[in-house]
Design a protein around this ligand. Structure first.
Ligand code: HEM
Ligand code: HEM
Length: 183
């Protein structure tokens, strides 16, 4: 299977980045929206879909982290300043950590509030009982994690756009599948 090189990223890296990235943005938007809704069948449906997709996403995220473990963290596509390289590295690590923390806190929250973990009606895990202190800790982790995630994604996407439009380098193009020309 193709792995990442400096000049070209593996198709799996690109697929996992965009599938998980778009899904996480959707999870954040649906999460905030469903939380604000009054009790209704729509709210129940959105909770069911949020939990089911979150569970599925959890396995994709594990695959992505294993893939990063095999490939190592991305090396810069162009010569960047030292602080930019360090900031990008810690942002990527934080994004991967939050990608894990969100589904894990979501699962712990749902189970310990006495609810279940559905997977689109294919299977359902729980209920396993109620543990309120654990449930509330997981809920606050999920909520604070969501804000931290949003802030990091704005920083991350902003940096990608800055590299593309201001520096005119290959950072974004490489993540879209382009090969950096060898000169
Ligand atoms: C990448 C994965 C996930 C993201 C980005 C995410 C994001 C969010 C966000 C932004 C909220 C709204 C928080 C608020 O406004 O209070 C939320 C709520 C919620 N999430 Fe997630 N979530 C994820 C995964 C999961 C998973 C896997 C589960 C459970 C299996 C889950 C269960 C819940 C529940 C039950 C709520 C409602 C909390 C409440 O209404 O008080 N989430 N999520
Ligand atoms: C929405 C717009 C987004 C844009 C324009 C974007 C752009 C990029 C670019 C250009 C890179 C390569 C950086 C480099 O070469 O140093 C990258 C890497 C990365 N991005 Fe994004 N990204 C976006 C959303 C997200 C989201 C929502 C996540 C959340 C998990 C995310 C997580 C990552 C991670 C962890 C990496 C490191 C490489 C990897 O593990 O795949 N990105 N992104």
């Amino acid at each position: 299977m193709k792995t990442d090189t400096h000049h070209k990223l593996a198709p799996l890296t690109i697929a996992l980045h965009w599938i998980i990235g778009v899904s996480i943005l959707a999870m954040l938007a649906v999460g905030v929206y469903m939380h604000e809704l009054p009790k209704s069948p729509l709210k129940d449906t959105l909770y069911f879909l949020h939990k089911s997709s979150g569970l599925l996403l959890f396995f994709l995220i594990l695959a992505r982290i294993a893939w990063r473990g095999k490939n190592g963290l991305l090396k810069p596509a162009a010569p960047h300043k030292d602080w930019e390289v360090r900031l990008a590295k810690y942002t990527h690590i934080s994004l991967l950590t939050l990608s894990l923390l969100m589904p894990i806190s979501g699962m712990i929250m749902s189970l310990s509030f006495g609810s279940t973990l559905p997977l689109f009606g294919l299977l359902e895990i729980g209920p396993v009982g109620k543990y309120p202190p654990l449930a509330w800790t997981a809920l606050y982790t999920h909520q604070i994690g969501a804000f931290a995630f949003l802030a990091l994604i704005v920083l991350h996407a902003g940096a990608a756009l800055k590299h593309h439009f201001a520096d005119k380098d290959y950072t974004l193009k490489r993540m879209l599948g382009a090969e950096i020309p060898r000169r």
